[in-house]
Each structure stands twice: as structure tokens, then as C-alpha cells.
Ligand binder design. Structure first.
Ligand code: EPZ
Length: 419
């Protein structure tokens, strides 16, 4: 079993390059099967476990997948042989469900394991199913597998009951090759949603409005391969910004889009952190005492749920009381019990964490209960006195490429050990 061991107390300093976005890449890889001619060469793909799982599923479907570099993949889906994406890999992660939209679009049929992913509360897919049915598909779920089939797909108006990243992307995929126009309303506006729309358009699709509340997709006859570079990761960037602030460091992030980070920057500035934005860089440094603040997560452009757990570690170590209200997921405060082992003073009431800052966190053996909880533990370890040992780090590897190497390059005392 691998663990991360961190000796806290070093201020992070230097420059760090942010990777391509996990939550864009995990949709773009399944979307690549929509190309019935040519190859997709996709760059800036993060080298993470969720991506490796998707590569294996692409192989099972009969796609040729070639690694051209650490962050570049060539995918040729022209000779695909199967519409059955059920493998041991699919149920381990969330994004395998994007194969439903992509396979349905191209072959009018798909079989996919019901998705897994982080244990952060109930994760229904009713909005995806409602959308597929509106396009003319029949959907059935048996023995943990979802099967979707259509004679033909015809464009429709779909109004989502909740703002869902996954349903928005899955329906964009499903509608690209449908007859006529599909209108998706009350959609998610996250940078990764826009990135998937840009990728589809690079393949020849006609998707308009991504980044607003309404997306219109005019079905086209077929899609072809393209060259594409994945958008920088808003969440990895947010994690490093928070780590820089938590250690009272001075870190410049490169390969970022500062606009995507505005909600995170605004909250850090409110605490007293200094932020300097460049065109594709952001510098985070601290030269005064930080104070507690209140945060409420919400869909983009609001404060991202995926960054609230790392933020909880930072707020545990600053003066005053802070509140974090989680509005997206019903149980995304599981990291709190782990932080308490390190001396944090946090009470959870329903979806709200009430944090009383302490000036001393102390190292302990803690668990990464999910992906972003793992990032929260790393940040807590970086500020704590003494040694912190994090177990269950497979969660962290699902979403953060080479996390210990990246923090080490900023001066952190962190290593991966076998226990
Ligand atoms: C994506 O999950 C991300 N995962 C999550 O990031 C992220 O937390 C979430 O979006 C919100 O930003 C990927 O992109 C792979 P949703 P997704 O559909 O698409 C409800 C991480 O840490 N809902 O936007 O599964 C749902 O219960 C991960 O990287 C329905 O009710 O999330 C939730 O309350 C964790 N019915 C809300 O909508 C549906 O059919 C938002 O979920 C779909 C969703």
C-alpha cells in the first residue's frame, strides 16, 4: 500500500505548471469515439488514473490508442468493434458514463456499467436518462448495467431540473449526430463543459451557447478526427493556490486561465491573500495574517464544490470562525473527521461545516476519504507541525498527476512510501 508522508512547516515557493483539466479530459476521451474518420490527437491530457481507466475502455471498444507523449494521446475510433463499454474499469469511476452519450450518438446503442466515483453523496443520473429518452432512446437498467438503444435520434428541447455537469455533457454528445436541433436549457457552464463543446466543434459538430444557460446543437451527418489541447485544470489550480496561501508561501501558477479562477481568487483575497493575475499565470503570496471567511459552493461561476475541501484545511489554520456551506453534494464533509485528528476545530451541521481556526495543526495518520478530501489532507499536512501520513492515496492519484513531485518542486517535504 502506498502512502504520502509529509513533514509540515515549509512555505511553498516557486513556479508550478498546471495540467490539463481532469473533468474535461474524462469527457473528451469518450467523445473521441464520435470520429468515424480520421484520428484525434489530444494534448494537455493529465496523466491520472481516471484517464488510464478510460484508455483501457477505449481499447475494449476496439479503438486504437497510442501515447505520443506524457500528456498526448492519439485515438483512432474508425474501426470500432463494440458498443459494450462494460469492463471492470468503468464502475470504478464517474466519467465512464460519457460512453453512453457518445456510443448512442454514433451507433444508436450503448451498454455501460453504472458509474462509480467519489463517495460524496447520492449521485443519480435521472437527468441523463430523461435527456436520452427525449431524443428517442429506450433506456433500461439491469444488474448494474445501463443499456440504451434507439432506432434513430431526433433533436428535442430538454430542460434540466438540476444544473448537472454530467447530464449537460452527455446530452451534448448524444445530440451531435441526431436529426435536427436539440436545445438544452438550465445547463452547467463550467469551463470543462465549454471545453467539450469546443472539442466537438473541432470535430465538425455544430454546438452553440456553451458557457451560457442554453446550448443549441444542430445535428450533423458525421464527425472527423482533429487536433485539440485540453483546457487548464481549474480545480488543480485552485488546490495549489490554497496550498500556497496555507503555507504562507509565494507561488506562481503557469498554464492557467485566471478568469476560471475568479471565485477562488475572490475568496482568498477576502481572507487577506495577495493575488496577481497575468495572461496565463497567477501569483499567490501571503504577507499578513489571514482571517476566516464564509463560503457557499454553487455551479460555475460560483465557488466550486471540488475546491471546498482543500479550502477547509486552510480555514482550519486561520484566525476566526469560517463557514463552508456545501450545496451540491449531500455528504462532502467526510474529510472533517480526518482534519480533527490533526487538531482542527470543526463542527458539521447538515451541509455546513463550522470551522474555528487554530494556529496549530499537528501531524497524524489520516485517510484520503475521496479525491478532494485527499488534497485537503495534503494541504493540512503541509501546514501541520511534525509528520502526517496519508493512506488510501489511490483516491488522490485518480485526479492529481504526480502530486508529490509537484509539491516537492515547490520545496515541500513530501514523499511516497510503501507501507
Ligand atoms: C461533476 O460530477 C464532476 N465530475 C465532479 O467532480 C463535480 O463535483 C460535479 O460535476 C459538480 O461540479 C466529473 O466531471 C467527472 P453533476 P457530476 O451532475 O457530473 C445532481 C471531482 O472531485 N444530479 O453536476 O457527476 C447531483 O446529485 C468530482 O473531480 C441529479 O440530481 O455532477 C448533484 O447534486 C467529484 N440528477 C448535482 O446534480 C442527475 O441526473 C450536480 O451533479 C445528475 C446530477
Amino acid at each position: 500500500m502506498e502512502r504520502l508522508v509529509i513533514k509540515g512547516g515549509t512555505a511553498l515557493k516557486g513556479e508550478i505548471e498546471i495540467n490539463g483539466a481532469k473533468n474535461a479530459a474524462v469527457a473528451i476521451l469518450p467523445a473521441a469515439i464520435l470520429a468515424s474518420s480520421g484520428e484525434c490527437v489530444i494534448d494537455n491530457i493529465p496523466n491520472i488514473e481516471d484517464v488510464h481507466c478510460l484508455e483501457r475502455i477505449l481499447g475494449v471498444l476496439g479503438c486504437e490508442v497510442e501515447k505520443l507523449g506524457e500528456n498526448t494521446l492519439k485515438i483512432n475510433a474508425t474501426k470500432m468493434t463494440s458498443v459494450n463499454a462494460c469492463t471492470e474499469h468503468g464502475s470504478r469511476m464517474r466519467a465512464s458514463y460519457y460512453f453512453i452519450g457518445a456510443l448512442l450518438s454514433r451507433f444508436k446503442e450503448a451498454r455501460v456499467d453504472l458509474p462509480g466515483g467519489c463517495p460524496i453523496g447520492v449521485r443519480p443520473i435521472d437527468q441523463h436518462i430523461k435527456g436520452f429518452e427525449a431524443l428517442g432512446a429506450k433506456v433500461s437498467i439491469e444488474h448494474g448495467t445501463i443499456s440504451v438503444k434507439a432506432e434513430k435520434l431526433v433533436g428535442a428541447n430538454i430542460f434540466f431540473d438540476v444544473v448537472s455537469v454530467g447530464a449537460t455533457i452527455n446530452l451534448m454528445l448524444a445530440a451531435t449526430l441526431a436529426e435536427g436541433t436539440t436545445t438544452l436549457e438550465n445547463v452547467a457552464k463550467e469551463p470543462h463543459v465549454v471545453d467539450v463543446a469546443n472539442f466537438l466543434n473541432s470535430m465538425g459538430a455544430d454546438v452553440k451557447g456553451a458557457g451560457t444557460d442554453v446550448i443549441r446543437i444542430k445535428g450533423v451527418k458525421d464527425l472527423k478526427g482533429c487536433n485539440y489541447s485540453v483546457v487548464p485544470d481549474q480545480i488543480e489550480a485552485g488546490t495549489f493556490m490554497i496550498a500556497a496561501a496555507a503555507t504562507k508561501g509565494d507561488v506562481t501558477l503557469t498554464n492557467v486561465i485566471p478568469k476560471h479562477l475568479e471565485s477562488i481568487s475572490a475568496k482568498l483575497i477576502e481572507m487577506g491573500v495577495n493575488i496577481e493575475e497575468g495572461d496565463d499565470t497567477i501569483r499567490v503570496f501571503v504577507d499578513k495574517q489571514l482571517k476566516g471567511i464564509n463560503i457557499k459552493t454553487s455551479p460555475y461561476p460560483g465557488f466550486p464544490t471540488d475546491v471546498q475541501q482543500p479550502m477547509c484545511s486552510l480555514l482550519s489554520s486561520v484566525e476566526g470562525r469560517s463557514l463552508i456551506v456545501e450545496t451540491i453534494w449531500e455528504s462532502r464533509h467526510q474529510h472533517v473527521d480526518e482534519l480533527k485528528k490533526m487538531g482542527a476545530s470543526i463542527k458539521v451541521e447538515g451541509r455546513t461545516a463550522i470551522i474555528d481556526g487554530t494556529d496549530k495543526l499537528t501531524g497524524a495518520v489520516v485517510k484520503a476519504t475521496d479525491l478532494r478530501a485527499g488534497a485537503a489532507m495534503v494541504i493540512a499536512g503541509l501546514i501541520a507541525e511534525g509528520s502526517t501520513e496519508i493512506c488510501s492515496i489511490e483516491h488522490i492519484d485518480r485526479g492529481y498527476p504526480r502530486i508529490e513531485e509537484k509539491f516537492k518542486s515547490l520545496g515541500a517535504n513530501i514523499s511516497r512510501v510503501q507501507r
